[in-house]
Design a protein around this ligand. Structure first.
Ligand code: DER
Length: 225
């Protein structure tokens, strides 16, 4: 379908930034799926790279497509990370976490020299906030953490479920999806949220992104800051 084709175009385009010998941060989600699949083809043709996966699901795709994996014991700086997003604003601030992998994604992306975001055009917005901000919280006392966050002006807050069960992240934590309405200052909101006792990480990725590759019906557009 059209959306999948736009995701595929953006995901595959990102491999042009990958060079032999690189260690790559592998993001999570259905757009970066196409990056990992394409990367497997390049490895099959002899490209020498290693990937650090940002989720168990991404680890499975890397194994399926033959992308060699490594971890931070082998090195604490990655050459490049490629990841998806739920929203991208004109300053390249992001909302991420729709797929539940935001903590490991942020760790991987923050450890990378460069970050490329791959999205279909529907993710490009003029103002963050339509998409609820995913916030990973410690399960113990999550009800107290939820109350504290709801007092910060969010309009609605939901404990994420998956098939009627509480969603548990790869790190054993819960996720609260918080709708703040249009976010005027994403940096400030992130900083305030990070202070709340019980919050592990937010889906606000501020000032981390170098390039954004947008998949469109008629091709791809590379946005540079
Ligand atoms: O959960 C995440 O952060 C994903 O990267 C998400 O933001 C993008 O997922 P998609 O490529 O499946 O839309």
């Amino acid at each position: 379908d059209q959306v999948e084709l736009r995701k595929k175009r953006a995901g595959e385009k990102a491999v042009e930034w990958i060079e032999d010998g690189m260690t790559i941060g592998l993001g999570s989600g259905s757009t970066v799926y196409w990056t990992i699949k394409k990367l497997g083809e390049l490895v099959n043709k002899g490209m020498k790279i290693k990937g650090v996966p940002s989720s168990i699901r991404t680890e499975g795709w890397a194994n399926q497509f033959g992308v060699p994996l490594t971890d931070f014991q082998q090195g604490t700086e990655l050459d490049l990370a490629i990841d998806g997003a739920d929203e991208v604003d004109p300053s390249f601030h992001l909302i991420k976490g729709g797929g539940g992998s935001l903590v490991r994604e942020k760790i991987v992306n923050a450890a990378s020299k460069n970050l490329i975001i791959v999205v279909d055009e529907s993710k490009v917005v003029s103002n963050l906030g339509e998409f609820g901000v995913p916030i990973e919280v410690v399960p113990f006392g999550w009800e107290v953490t939820e109350r504290r966050i709801s007092q910060m002006g969010c309009r609605s807050i939901q404990l994420r479920k998956s098939e009627n069960e509480i969603y548990v992240s790869n790190n054993g934590n819960y996720i609260l999806d918080c709708h703040f309405g249009y976010i005027e200052n994403a940096m400030n909101l992130h900083a305030q949220l990070k202070q709340v006792v019980g919050v592990v990480e937010t889906g606000l990725f501020i000032g981390m992104t170098d390039h954004v590759i947008v998949g469109k019906d008629n091709g791809v557009q590379v946005l540079r800051k």
